[in-house]
Design a protein around this ligand. Structure first.
Ligand code: FES
Length: 137
């Protein structure tokens, strides 16, 4: 897997997402609860763009009439037919053993860390600020 710097962290606001073309694939990066998640921007059912999905909470019911919300914003509800996926793993809640959205590892690194490398032939003073979102594809 190659690492691709796709954006500054500030380019994707909290609760938002952005689509990037990486190695011929549309990959959507979500920013939820302080974390970034990268998924193929295509629903495995009929191909809806997941960038348009609703980011919802996990809803559980320990007993009749009692509902609990958790992981607010971490579940995706497809805009076309409502199938739901776990943003963290891509797994479907509808059919977890067979249906999954492709997910990709994401890292956040500072510009200062990214500029350093072991094989620098010639150096110049460079100062890079901000943090960047990196997707492995
Ligand atoms: S295209 Fe996503 S649920 Fe049908």
């Amino acid at each position: 897997m190659a690492r691709h710097i796709v954006a500054r962290t500030s380019d994707i606001p909290p609760g938002g997402n952005k689509v990037f073309g990486v190695e011929g694939r549309d990959i959507v990066v979500f920013h939820v609860n302080g974390e970034f998640f990268a998924l193929l921007n295509r629903c495995p059912h009929e191909g809806a763009p997941l960038a348009k999905a609703a980011c919802v909470a996990r809803l559980t019911s320990p007993e009749p009439g009692v509902y609990e919300r958790s992981r607010v914003g971490e579940l995706l509800r497809c805009p076309w037919h409502g199938w739901e996926f776990d943003m963290r793993s891509g797994q479907s809640w509808f059919d977890p053993k067979r249906v999954k959205v492709r997910s990709y590892p994401v890292a956040v690194e500072s510009g200062e860390e990214l500029q350093k490398g072991p094989y620098v032939a010639e150096t110049f003073p460079v100062h890079v600020e901000d943090n960047y979102v990196i997707v492995e594809v």
